[in-house]
Design a protein around this ligand. Sequence first.
Ligand SMILES: *Cc1c(COP(=O)(O)O)cnc(C)c1O
Length: 458
Amino acid sequence: MTLLNSTESLRAMDAAHHLHPFTDASALNAKGARIITHADGVHLTDSDGNRILDGMAGLWCVAIGYGRPEIADAVARQLRQLPFYNTFFQTSHPPVIELGHLLSQVTPDHINRFFFTGSGSDANDTIFRMIAHYWAVMGQPDRTIIVSRQGAYHGSTVAASAVGGFGFMHAQPGLPVGNILHAPRPAWWAEGGELSPEDFGLKVARDTLALIDGIGAHRVAGFIAEPIMGAGGVIIPPDSYWPALSAGLTERGVMLISDEVICGFGRTGSWFGCQTYGTTPDFMTMAKGLTSGYIPMGAVGVSDRVAEVLTAKGGEFAHGYTYSGHPAACAAAIANLGILRSEGIVDRVADDIGPYLQGKWRALADHPLVGEAVMTGLIGAIQLCADKGARRAFDEDLGVGMMCREHAFANGLIMRAVGDRMVVSPPLVLTHAEADELVEKAWRVLDLTQAQLGHPGR
Ligand SMILES: *Cc1c(COP(=O)(O)O)cnc(C)c1O
């Protein structure tokens, strides 16, 4: 493989043969991909030997950090013993049985049944099929509409991207967006106007319920949302939002689908984001932190109320994936849950590293470019803006977020840009020293961005 030993040749072959997700191929190939070759703890190493602090835990997923031998060993052992068997034809296997049991211990008390998938997107697809099946069994087949939110991300399959609220994904031809409504998002900095965050949270909750009443609540199957919107820019809702909204959904018999793909497994300082916000979902979508990304896997958590109907009188649920409950993925998830529990990582996010990083992160709001700096658990954002007093954004064409992201990369820090919001979601095993490193680098990167803009700051 001498061909693959230099950054140049790797880039050339990547450009020749690899179509990247969410990427403008011509722009990438002109510049060449950054090649990541190893990782350990919270740091990545690229093919030129640069060490980079991964402020995004891969893609929000590597909760326990990189290089944990417990997962590698568990997967290797499972691959030797039983690399694959399906769970379709009245068969099961020990790892999938153990994983369901373990999940029932860490999920909220009323969630005890799990359907396994290969990813978060197909877990959401599973829920859309299962919820329609449930309402049909319940004699309410008119409940077919899914209400989602503007700016939401729920995956990239045809159904998940239609349900998501990214306009640029809907702009692709051929997407069936019927039977899906998009409610407003509780994004106070951008959309709160003169209202206080608490009043704005209430207003968005009421507007969402009014949207449901407008179409007829008896036609709405469910409302899907992340507890904290992740890929949409880490939108942390005002505290008033979830209590008002979830009470209104319950009154209307509309099911709550809590997409926990990012918020699950400790990210917000509880096992699941719904616990942080006190909601009681009927379905939970899980992926990412389920295996800390070591092996692809997703799952659907189903409430007792739904599961009891479906198991008693649902008949055959004509749905499934070849890799539903893949033994090696289950082994990775079991080992990952073992680490999260034995090292008390979720409590550590709530009581130790979470508050520690939050304090330093929120201080970034003192930087002239930063309009707000927010963080819950270990998921946060800073809003770059032209005028913080007036909450005025930069002209989009300036591409300030991308500019900032480039400085971050060049200075050994991965932060993601969502428009002009810089988001972080570091591994949950981040140490205090690594938290210091993250925030010091963020300050430097903001200074460099400000200098490039020639922005005096306001
Ligand atoms: C990443 C993500 C998904 C999709 O998961 P995949 O494993 O990429 O299919 C769904 N929902 C949310 C909230 C996500 O962040």
